[in-house]
Design a protein around this ligand. Structure first.
Ligand SMILES: Nc1ncnc2c1ncn2[C@@H]1O[C@H](COP(=O)(O)OP(=O)(O)OP(=O)(O)O)[C@@H](O)[C@H]1O
Ligand SMILES: [Mg+2]
Length: 262
């Protein structure tokens, strides 16, 4: 891959358009290797759109995006190759309901590798153990709590040992205890497996304690970039409005509907 001190993700002067509209502009972001970056912002500010640029799902309208030291490719074959290095945990978990927990975690290994069944089983058990769910290997998604299902999805995202993990709203629908479990798991996995993580969320207070850097997006761009401590000390009215969850203030209310399915 690249030299150890080059950033794992680097966006420079990036502009992201959707449905003919500019969602984000002038985006400069560097995600250092081994770090956890929190991308915060109100609903509709463009957090998921930013992630779509990292996975190559949404090509930039302007500027550059590099992942693992190389420009995110546009051709399908190269894109698929790059994506094997990115573990993505989506909001909806995306577990297949007619497959057991173990089979769900095995799916990326069966799809993308030619590993023999015994090895697949060993890797699946290792990943399930990492999220504390080895005992649930034979259960079906409908038998799991929301927190457990999220952990299975996490194990599946880790199946191919991706060096970069991307989490889109990992806490949605979870109670405070399950949220705490997921957050400490994300941190522990990042440290023990030597990963780099980008967490997109509006759960500021749960996420800042495990983040090395924080970025706030609002009004079409980055309005804050710094350490969690710097964010907590901010006096910027726009950032404060978001942190305090106030409806009135400099953040424009997102009132434009999507023009096509997400
Ligand atoms: N496929 C799409 N086509 C057109 N517009 C889109 C599409 N996806 C998102 N948008 C628009 O882009 C803007 C940002 O959406 P995005 O989903 O990135 O926000 P978000 O910060 O992830 O919000 P949330 O916190 O609710 O998940 C919104 O105004 C949305 O309507
Ligand atoms: Mg989103």
């Amino acid at each position: 891959m690249t030299s150890p001190d080059s950033p794992v993700v680097h966006l420079s002067n990036a502009r992201l358009d959707r449905g003919g509209r500019t969602i984000l502009r002038d985006i400069d972001l560097s995600v250092p290797r081994g770090s956890i970056t929190a991308v915060l912002g109100p609903s509709g500010s463009g957090k998921s759109t930013l992630l779509a640029a990292l996975t190559g799902e949404l090509p930039l309208a302007a500027g550059t995006v590099e992942v693992f030291g190389k420009p995110v490719p546009r051709g399908t074959r190269h894109l698929l190759e790059m994506r094997k290095g990115i573990g993505v945990l989506l909001q909806g978990n995306g577990l297949l309901t007619d497959l057991s927990v173990g089979e769900n975690v095995a799916l990326p290994l069966r799809t993308h590798t030619k590993l023999p069944a015994v090895l697949v089983e060993r890797i699946v058990n290792f990943k399930l153990n990492a999220v504390g769910l080895l005992a649930a290997a034979d259960a079906y998604p409908r038998e799991l709590s929301g927190g457990m299902a999220r952990r299975v999805a996490l194990a599946r995202a880790l199946a191919l040992d991706p060096p970069l993990m991307i989490y889109d709203e990992p806490l949605t629908g979870l109670d405070p205890i399950a949220s705490g479990v997921i957050m400490s798991l994300i941190q522990r996995l990042n440290d023990t497996l030597g990963l780099t993580s980008v967490i997109v969320t509006h759960h500021v207070h749960e996420t800042l304690p495990i983040a090395d850097q924080a970025v706030v997006i609002a009004n079409g761009g980055i309005v804050f970039s710094g350490t969690p401590a710097e964010l907590e000390a901010t006096t910027d009215p726009l950032v404060l409005q978001f942190l305090r969850g106030q409806p009135d203030g400099p953040i424009a209310f997102d009132a434009t509907p999507r023009t096509e399915a997400a």
